[in-house]
Design a binder for this molecule. Structure first.
Ligand SMILES: [Zn+2]
Length: 309
Protein backbone atom coordinates (compact mmCIF):
# COMPACT_ATOMS: atom_id res chain seq x y z
CA UNK A 1 0.00 0.00 0.00
CA UNK A 2 2.70 2.42 0.99
CA UNK A 3 4.69 1.68 -2.17
CA UNK A 4 1.62 2.11 -4.32
CA UNK A 5 0.86 5.49 -2.81
CA UNK A 6 4.42 6.61 -3.38
CA UNK A 7 4.39 5.45 -6.97
CA UNK A 8 1.20 7.33 -7.69
CA UNK A 9 2.38 10.61 -6.20
CA UNK A 10 5.79 10.22 -7.83
CA UNK A 11 4.20 9.71 -11.21
CA UNK A 12 2.06 12.78 -10.59
CA UNK A 13 5.19 14.79 -9.93
CA UNK A 14 6.77 13.53 -13.12
CA UNK A 15 3.57 14.12 -15.05
CA UNK A 16 3.50 17.67 -13.76
CA UNK A 17 7.06 18.21 -14.90
CA UNK A 18 6.48 16.95 -18.42
CA UNK A 19 3.30 19.04 -18.67
CA UNK A 20 5.48 22.14 -18.78
CA UNK A 21 7.44 21.02 -21.79
CA UNK A 22 5.19 18.57 -23.64
CA UNK A 23 2.07 19.97 -25.26
CA UNK A 24 0.59 16.48 -25.64
CA UNK A 25 0.67 15.75 -21.90
CA UNK A 26 -2.79 14.94 -20.61
CA UNK A 27 -3.93 16.51 -17.33
CA UNK A 28 -3.22 14.35 -14.31
CA UNK A 29 -6.17 13.28 -12.16
CA UNK A 30 -6.30 14.70 -8.65
CA UNK A 31 -4.83 12.24 -6.15
CA UNK A 32 -7.30 10.42 -3.94
CA UNK A 33 -7.61 11.87 -0.45
CA UNK A 34 -5.32 9.26 1.18
CA UNK A 35 -2.49 9.90 -1.25
CA UNK A 36 -2.13 13.52 -0.25
CA UNK A 37 -0.41 12.37 2.92
CA UNK A 38 2.76 11.84 0.93
CA UNK A 39 3.08 15.53 0.16
CA UNK A 40 2.55 16.26 3.85
CA UNK A 41 5.68 14.26 4.75
CA UNK A 42 7.68 17.44 4.31
CA UNK A 43 6.02 18.67 7.49
CA UNK A 44 6.58 15.30 9.15
CA UNK A 45 10.31 15.75 8.46
CA UNK A 46 10.31 18.77 10.76
CA UNK A 47 8.30 17.05 13.46
CA UNK A 48 10.16 13.71 13.44
CA UNK A 49 13.65 15.19 13.03
CA UNK A 50 15.65 17.81 14.90
CA UNK A 51 18.46 20.12 13.86
CA UNK A 52 21.82 18.33 14.16
CA UNK A 53 19.97 15.03 14.44
CA UNK A 54 21.55 11.57 14.30
CA UNK A 55 23.11 10.65 10.97
CA UNK A 56 21.29 7.32 10.86
CA UNK A 57 17.87 8.26 12.30
CA UNK A 58 15.37 7.29 9.63
CA UNK A 59 12.62 9.54 8.31
CA UNK A 60 10.14 9.27 5.46
CA UNK A 61 11.01 10.65 2.03
CA UNK A 62 9.28 13.81 0.85
CA UNK A 63 8.78 15.67 -2.39
CA UNK A 64 10.88 18.84 -2.78
CA UNK A 65 10.01 20.16 -6.23
CA UNK A 66 9.34 18.75 -9.70
CA UNK A 67 11.50 15.68 -10.15
CA UNK A 68 13.43 16.08 -6.88
CA UNK A 69 12.81 14.13 -3.68
CA UNK A 70 14.39 14.04 -0.24
CA UNK A 71 15.27 10.42 0.56
CA UNK A 72 17.80 11.04 3.36
CA UNK A 73 17.79 10.44 7.09
CA UNK A 74 17.06 13.04 9.78
CA UNK A 75 20.69 14.14 10.02
CA UNK A 76 22.06 13.56 6.52
CA UNK A 77 20.56 14.68 3.22
CA UNK A 78 20.22 12.35 0.25
CA UNK A 79 18.37 13.47 -2.88
CA UNK A 80 16.73 11.47 -5.63
CA UNK A 81 16.20 13.17 -8.99
CA UNK A 82 13.81 11.23 -11.20
CA UNK A 83 14.49 11.27 -14.92
CA UNK A 84 12.62 9.85 -17.87
CA UNK A 85 14.79 6.74 -17.88
CA UNK A 86 15.80 6.10 -14.31
CA UNK A 87 16.97 8.31 -11.50
CA UNK A 88 20.09 9.90 -10.03
CA UNK A 89 20.90 9.69 -6.32
CA UNK A 90 23.05 12.30 -4.59
CA UNK A 91 24.74 11.07 -1.39
CA UNK A 92 23.92 7.94 0.57
CA UNK A 93 24.64 8.77 4.20
CA UNK A 94 26.68 6.26 6.21
CA UNK A 95 26.77 2.54 5.52
CA UNK A 96 23.90 2.10 8.00
CA UNK A 97 22.03 5.19 6.77
CA UNK A 98 22.21 3.86 3.21
CA UNK A 99 19.84 1.07 4.21
CA UNK A 100 17.15 3.59 5.22
CA UNK A 101 17.85 5.60 2.09
CA UNK A 102 17.46 2.50 -0.10
CA UNK A 103 14.11 1.80 1.60
CA UNK A 104 13.04 5.43 1.06
CA UNK A 105 13.87 5.22 -2.66
CA UNK A 106 11.78 2.08 -3.04
CA UNK A 107 8.91 3.57 -1.04
CA UNK A 108 8.43 6.32 -3.63
CA UNK A 109 8.17 3.69 -6.33
CA UNK A 110 11.72 3.68 -7.71
CA UNK A 111 13.57 0.38 -7.99
CA UNK A 112 17.21 0.48 -6.89
CA UNK A 113 18.13 -0.91 -10.32
CA UNK A 114 16.65 2.29 -11.79
CA UNK A 115 19.28 4.41 -10.00
CA UNK A 116 21.67 5.16 -12.87
CA UNK A 117 24.28 7.17 -10.98
CA UNK A 118 25.33 7.92 -7.41
CA UNK A 119 26.73 11.46 -7.08
CA UNK A 120 28.73 12.56 -4.07
CA UNK A 121 29.07 15.80 -2.14
CA UNK A 122 32.28 15.41 -0.12
CA UNK A 123 34.45 12.47 0.81
CA UNK A 124 33.49 12.03 4.46
CA UNK A 125 31.92 8.97 6.06
CA UNK A 126 28.65 10.67 7.03
CA UNK A 127 27.76 11.48 3.40
CA UNK A 128 29.42 8.80 1.28
CA UNK A 129 30.13 5.96 3.74
CA UNK A 130 27.21 4.11 2.15
CA UNK A 131 28.51 4.37 -1.43
CA UNK A 132 29.85 0.80 -1.58
CA UNK A 133 26.59 -0.61 -0.24
CA UNK A 134 24.45 1.51 -2.59
CA UNK A 135 26.59 0.62 -5.59
CA UNK A 136 26.17 -3.04 -4.66
CA UNK A 137 22.37 -2.61 -4.52
CA UNK A 138 22.00 -0.55 -7.69
CA UNK A 139 25.01 -1.38 -9.86
CA UNK A 140 25.29 2.36 -10.57
CA UNK A 141 28.57 4.21 -11.16
CA UNK A 142 29.76 6.65 -8.52
CA UNK A 143 30.50 10.22 -9.67
CA UNK A 144 32.55 12.52 -7.45
CA UNK A 145 34.91 15.48 -7.63
CA UNK A 146 38.37 14.69 -8.97
CA UNK A 147 39.95 15.22 -5.56
CA UNK A 148 37.64 12.68 -3.92
CA UNK A 149 38.27 9.70 -6.20
CA UNK A 150 41.15 8.17 -4.25
CA UNK A 151 39.31 8.42 -0.92
CA UNK A 152 36.25 6.73 -2.42
CA UNK A 153 38.39 4.02 -4.00
CA UNK A 154 40.40 3.22 -0.87
CA UNK A 155 37.94 4.21 1.86
CA UNK A 156 40.76 6.06 3.63
CA UNK A 157 41.14 9.78 4.40
CA UNK A 158 43.23 12.07 2.25
CA UNK A 159 46.11 13.14 4.54
CA UNK A 160 45.63 16.73 3.31
CA UNK A 161 42.05 16.77 4.64
CA UNK A 162 41.87 19.09 7.68
CA UNK A 163 39.72 16.41 9.35
CA UNK A 164 42.04 13.50 8.44
CA UNK A 165 41.84 10.78 11.07
CA UNK A 166 38.56 11.95 12.57
CA UNK A 167 36.22 9.79 10.52
CA UNK A 168 35.64 6.07 10.47
CA UNK A 169 37.16 4.34 7.44
CA UNK A 170 34.70 3.62 4.65
CA UNK A 171 34.05 0.46 2.68
CA UNK A 172 36.06 0.94 -0.55
CA UNK A 173 34.00 1.37 -3.72
CA UNK A 174 35.10 -1.41 -6.05
CA UNK A 175 32.85 -0.68 -9.04
CA UNK A 176 32.97 2.23 -11.48
CA UNK A 177 34.06 5.61 -10.10
CA UNK A 178 34.08 8.64 -12.39
CA UNK A 179 35.69 11.99 -11.68
CA UNK A 180 33.59 15.06 -12.51
CA UNK A 181 35.37 18.30 -13.41
CA UNK A 182 34.28 21.75 -12.30
CA UNK A 183 31.47 22.97 -14.55
CA UNK A 184 30.96 19.57 -16.16
CA UNK A 185 27.42 18.81 -17.29
CA UNK A 186 26.50 15.27 -16.28
CA UNK A 187 23.83 13.76 -18.53
CA UNK A 188 22.27 10.61 -17.07
CA UNK A 189 18.73 9.18 -16.99
CA UNK A 190 17.52 12.02 -19.21
CA UNK A 191 18.68 14.52 -16.57
CA UNK A 192 21.27 17.29 -16.81
CA UNK A 193 23.15 18.07 -13.62
CA UNK A 194 26.14 20.41 -13.38
CA UNK A 195 29.04 19.66 -11.06
CA UNK A 196 30.43 22.72 -9.30
CA UNK A 197 33.77 22.21 -7.55
CA UNK A 198 33.58 23.81 -4.10
CA UNK A 199 36.71 22.57 -2.30
CA UNK A 200 37.50 23.68 1.22
CA UNK A 201 35.72 21.43 3.69
CA UNK A 202 37.48 18.68 1.73
CA UNK A 203 39.62 18.73 -1.40
CA UNK A 204 37.14 16.84 -3.58
CA UNK A 205 33.99 18.67 -2.40
CA UNK A 206 31.36 19.12 -5.11
CA UNK A 207 28.13 21.07 -5.22
CA UNK A 208 25.50 20.14 -7.80
CA UNK A 209 23.03 22.30 -9.73
CA UNK A 210 20.03 21.33 -11.86
CA UNK A 211 16.74 22.66 -13.12
CA UNK A 212 13.57 21.14 -11.77
CA UNK A 213 10.12 21.85 -13.22
CA UNK A 214 6.52 21.42 -12.15
CA UNK A 215 3.19 22.88 -13.24
CA UNK A 216 4.07 26.24 -11.73
CA UNK A 217 7.35 26.51 -13.59
CA UNK A 218 11.02 25.68 -13.29
CA UNK A 219 13.45 26.35 -10.46
CA UNK A 220 17.21 25.92 -10.24
CA UNK A 221 18.13 23.70 -7.33
CA UNK A 222 21.60 23.90 -5.80
CA UNK A 223 22.87 21.18 -3.51
CA UNK A 224 25.61 23.27 -1.93
CA UNK A 225 28.29 21.22 -0.28
CA UNK A 226 29.57 21.76 3.25
CA UNK A 227 32.02 24.67 3.48
CA UNK A 228 32.69 24.73 7.21
CA UNK A 229 36.36 25.13 8.30
CA UNK A 230 36.36 22.18 10.68
CA UNK A 231 39.53 20.23 11.47
CA UNK A 232 41.33 17.74 13.66
CA UNK A 233 42.73 19.33 16.84
CA UNK A 234 46.31 19.70 15.65
CA UNK A 235 45.48 21.17 12.23
CA UNK A 236 45.90 24.89 11.61
CA UNK A 237 44.55 26.44 8.42
CA UNK A 238 47.11 29.24 8.84
CA UNK A 239 49.85 26.66 8.19
CA UNK A 240 48.31 25.89 4.78
CA UNK A 241 47.91 29.13 2.79
CA UNK A 242 47.41 27.25 -0.50
CA UNK A 243 44.59 25.25 1.07
CA UNK A 244 42.98 28.45 2.36
CA UNK A 245 43.24 30.03 -1.12
CA UNK A 246 41.54 26.95 -2.60
CA UNK A 247 38.86 27.19 0.12
CA UNK A 248 38.12 30.83 -0.75
CA UNK A 249 37.91 29.92 -4.42
CA UNK A 250 35.36 27.21 -3.57
CA UNK A 251 33.19 29.68 -1.65
CA UNK A 252 33.49 32.25 -4.45
CA UNK A 253 32.42 29.61 -6.99
CA UNK A 254 29.21 28.94 -5.08
CA UNK A 255 28.24 32.49 -4.20
CA UNK A 256 26.89 33.80 -7.56
CA UNK A 257 25.03 30.64 -8.58
CA UNK A 258 21.39 30.87 -9.53
CA UNK A 259 19.82 29.13 -6.59
CA UNK A 260 16.02 28.94 -6.49
CA UNK A 261 16.15 26.23 -3.84
CA UNK A 262 19.22 25.75 -1.65
CA UNK A 263 19.78 22.30 -0.13
CA UNK A 264 22.75 21.15 1.94
CA UNK A 265 24.29 17.80 3.00
CA UNK A 266 23.46 18.59 6.63
CA UNK A 267 19.84 19.86 6.70
CA UNK A 268 20.73 22.18 9.60
CA UNK A 269 23.33 24.05 7.52
CA UNK A 270 20.63 25.77 5.45
CA UNK A 271 17.73 25.62 7.91
CA UNK A 272 15.93 22.91 5.94
CA UNK A 273 13.86 21.90 8.98
CA UNK A 274 12.63 25.46 9.45
CA UNK A 275 11.59 25.53 5.80
CA UNK A 276 9.94 22.12 6.05
CA UNK A 277 7.63 23.58 8.70
CA UNK A 278 6.32 25.99 6.05
CA UNK A 279 5.51 23.08 3.73
CA UNK A 280 8.08 23.99 1.05
CA UNK A 281 11.85 24.13 0.57
CA UNK A 282 11.44 27.37 -1.40
CA UNK A 283 12.45 30.60 0.27
CA UNK A 284 14.90 30.94 3.12
CA UNK A 285 18.66 31.04 2.73
CA UNK A 286 20.20 31.93 -0.62
CA UNK A 287 23.49 30.64 -2.03
CA UNK A 288 25.01 34.11 -1.50
CA UNK A 289 23.99 34.25 2.17
CA UNK A 290 25.25 30.69 2.66
CA UNK A 291 28.57 31.54 1.00
CA UNK A 292 29.00 34.74 3.02
CA UNK A 293 28.41 32.87 6.27
CA UNK A 294 31.17 30.44 5.28
CA UNK A 295 33.60 33.28 4.48
CA UNK A 296 32.85 34.69 7.92
CA UNK A 297 33.44 31.32 9.58
CA UNK A 298 36.75 30.89 7.75
CA UNK A 299 37.90 34.42 8.61
CA UNK A 300 37.00 33.83 12.25
CA UNK A 301 38.86 30.53 12.31
CA UNK A 302 42.00 32.14 10.83
CA UNK A 303 41.82 35.03 13.30
CA UNK A 304 41.45 32.61 16.21
CA UNK A 305 44.48 30.62 15.08
CA UNK A 306 46.53 33.81 14.63
CA UNK A 307 45.57 35.03 18.10
CA UNK A 308 46.61 31.70 19.63
CA UNK A 309 50.14 31.83 18.23
ZN1 LIG B 1 32.23 16.54 6.20
Amino acid sequence: MFGKVGLMVASLALGACSAVTATTASPQPAPPEGDLRFSRYIERFSSVCEDFDDWDKPTEPFHIHGDTWYVGTCGITALLIRGQVGAVLIDTGTDKGAQSIAANIESIGVKLSEVKAILGSHEHYDHVGGFARMQGLSGAPVLVGEGAVEVIRTGRDDPRDPQAGLHAPMAPVTGTIRAVADGELVKIAGLKITGIATPGHTIGAMSWQWESCDVNGCLTIVYADSLSPVSADAYRFTDHPDYVAMFRKGIARLRPLECGILLTPHPSASDMLTRARTGTMQGGMTCAVYADSKTKALDERLAKEAAAR
